[in-house]
Ligand binder design. Structure first.
Ligand code: ADP
Length: 162
């Protein structure tokens, strides 16, 4: 059983993430999309909301599961008996950070390989951050995220800030 973990903030999941998940699902017997709950970034959506939005979007894909983790990625991967970590590479700007993380994770656990997947070109400029920014300014994000995420963004951004 070849199992991979695709970790990230997914705040929220975009069509770029889904493109990477689809590619990974063709390469591995099982892909676990893992929401990082304790990272330093302040998220718009809670971990539960982020997980539910991904689950809704990948519901029909039979070898994809959604989970979350709050410790070291390599420990989560080992506990799930995964042999690989999948990350998406959009542009050279992603490279330095991803390269550093991949080598550090290898240092922490040499049994887990990091695999980089490139999305379709049309998604190379897409990020959760830019989607949130457009949505916040009232722009249309229909082409960038699943319909359930469009609705969730609308609801979240309409709610008064607490
Ligand atoms: P993180 O906070 O860990 O960077 P993200 O949710 O932003 O989490 O992204 C998770 C992974 O997906 C990262 O490897 C990121 O480079 C990749 N990714 C994000 N957006 C895209 C996209 N449009 N196309 C391909 N990969 C992407």
């Amino acid at each position: 059983m070849r199992r991979a973990i695709y970790p990230g903030s997914f705040d929220p999941v975009t069509n770029g993430h889904l493109d990477v998940i689809e590619r990974a699902a063709k390469l591995f017997d099982e892909v676990i999309v893992a929401v990082a709950v304790n990272d330093q970034k302040r998220s718009l959506f809670t971990a539960d909301e982020r997980t539910a939005l991904i689950a809704g979007a990948v519901g029909g894909w039979k070898n994809v599961r959604v989970s979350w983790f709050d410790g070291l990625l390599v420990e989560f991967a080992a506990a799930q008996q995964a042999s690989a970590v999948v990350r998406g590479l959009r542009a050279v700007s992603d490279f330095e950070f991803e390269f550093q993380m991949a080598l550090m994770n290898r240092k922490l656990d040499e049994h887990i390989e990091t695999i980089f997947l490139m999305p379709a070109e049309k998604y190379t400029y897409l990020s959760s951050r830019i989607v949130k920014e457009i949505a916040r300014l009232g722009g249309n994000v229909d082409a960038f995220v699943p319909a359930s995420v469009v609705a969730a963004l609308r609801e979240k951004l309409a709610a008064p800030a607490v």
